[in-house]
Design a protein around this ligand. Structure first.
Ligand code: CUA
Length: 174
């Protein structure tokens, strides 16, 4: 079978592009901690307010004895609850998300905290926040007329400062 030289060159270019994509995906996964969400955990979205984990008084930041932190949040048109979070930098954080209505997405820019929140399931993302500062926490999945207004505020502070705020009881209210 004869293959024209030009055709071979274009085939090589196409293969190189495919190879480049594989390299980008692998480097995102291995060096930037970006993975496809893989937590399959069902929950009744209509009864979140009665659930052991996502009732209103359970939401927000919880610190564990080993120093790690779990953040529980509910997404609903058009907001994330709670509205304000203060989180420690350089700490193992597990975000757990549920939706009370439709599919939302959630993203903290410049971090690997990004996932879809599908009603009926708990979305979970583990992360380390390296840089202190104020971040928006944005909905990035079109969910209705108020989609563009759906966000919460995240303030990342140094670990020692966060501990001090927590002792005063002031870190995570509201
Ligand atoms: Cu929620 Cu867009």
């Amino acid at each position: 079978m004869h293959i024209h030289k030009l055709e071979k060159q274009w085939a090589a270019i196409a293969l190189m592009i495919a190879g480049l994509f594989v390299v980008v995906i692998l480097s995102s996964a291995l060096f930037h901690g970006i993975h496809a969400p893989s937590n399959v955990e069902a929950i009744d979205s209509a009864r979140l307010h009665l659930s052991a984990e996502f009732a209103e008084d359970k939401l927000g930041v919880q610190q564990h004895p080993d120093g790690s932190v779990t953040v529980r949040m509910v997404a609903g048109r058009y907001g994330f609850y709670p509205k304000n979070l203060v989180l420690p930098a350089e700490t193992n954080i597990t975000f757990r998300w549920v939706s009370l209505d439709v599919i939302h997405g959630v993203h903290i820019p410049m971090t690997n905290m990004s996932t879809m929140i599908v009603p009926g399931y708990v979305a979970q993302v583990k992360t380390l926040l390296h840089h202190t500062g104020d971040y928006p926490l944005l909905c990035n999945e079109y969910c209705g007329m108020g989609h563009a207004h759906m966000w919460s505020n995240v303030k990342v502070v140094g670990k020692a400062q966060w501990e001090a705020l927590n002792k005063q009881g002031g870190a995570n209210h509201g």
